[in-house]
Ligand binder design. Structure first.
Ligand code: G16
Ligand code: MG
Length: 216
């Protein structure tokens, strides 16, 4: 029985949420309102376009389509300026060890991220070459909690969904994995991610033999 793993990017492999926050916060300030770190939680795992909608709802600001398009471009330019300074030191604790464990078991893994910048980020932290495939925001038409991103990931792994294990830090991502009929592993706050089949505060807490029960 073969298994495969699908990793979310932001919040699981790297913490890019802090860079999204810098860019969104500057934007909110320019529009005349405060955007807190608590607000930023609402954007985790959410697409760029939807993130802007949520941000504008928080600030109670209405903008034309044209203006929104311009803002999305400039937000991403600022975000990219931070991303381009990233290096392997920013890989989250436990991630590389987990990939090593999977390599040792011969278990393939792909990325399943909402980000359109996922390939760039993986390259910045020098992990791109390790992934069997990347499914990102450019490959999907429906955002999490729609299972599309993970179902495409399962296809890349050439495995049925029930043989796939998803590591996610966002509620929408855990939901997407569950809807896809995959095993969901929530990384982060247990209470927030209580819908996940398994919960860990961080990747460092995953026991060495975690995958044994799936490999039969
Ligand atoms: C990430 C972040 C989200 C972000 C989204 C789109 O998702 O968690 O906050 O809005 O990507 O990113 P971009 O603007 O780079 O296309 P994930 O799925 O990797 O957690
Ligand atoms: Mg995430």
């Amino acid at each position: 029985n073969k298994i495969g793993v699908i990793f979310d990017l932001d919040g699981v492999i790297v913490d890019t949420a802090k860079y999204h926050y810098l860019a969104w916060n500057n934007l909110a300030n320019a529009l005349g309102f405060e955007f807190t770190e608590a607000h930023n939680e609402l954007l985790k795992g959410v697409s760029r376009v939807r993130s802007l909608e949520i941000l504008l709802e928080i600030g109670n600001v209405q903008l034309s389509e044209e203006k929104k398009q311009k803002i999305l471009v400039s937000k991403n330019e600022e975000y990219l300026s931070y991303i381009k300074k990233m290096n392997a030191n920013e890989i989250l604790p436990g991630a590389e060890k987990l990939l090593n464990t999977l390599d040792g078991l011969g278990v393939k893994y792909v990325l399943g991220s909402a980000s359109k910048n996922a390939e760039l980020i993986l390259n910045q932290v020098d992990l791109y070459h390790r992934f069997y495939g990347v499914v990102d925001g450019n490959a999907v038409s429906k955002a999490k909690p729609d299972p599309e991103v993970f179902l495409i990931g399962a296809k890349k792994l050439n495995l049925p969904p029930k043989n796939c294990i998803v590591f996610e830090d966002a509620i929408a991502g855990v939901e997407a994995a569950n809807i896809a009929n995959m095993t969901s592993v929530g990384i982060g706050d247990r209470e927030t991610l209580k819908q996940a089949h398994f919960n860990f505060n961080s990747l460092t807490e995953i026991p060495e033999d975690f995958f044994r029960k799936f490999i039969v």
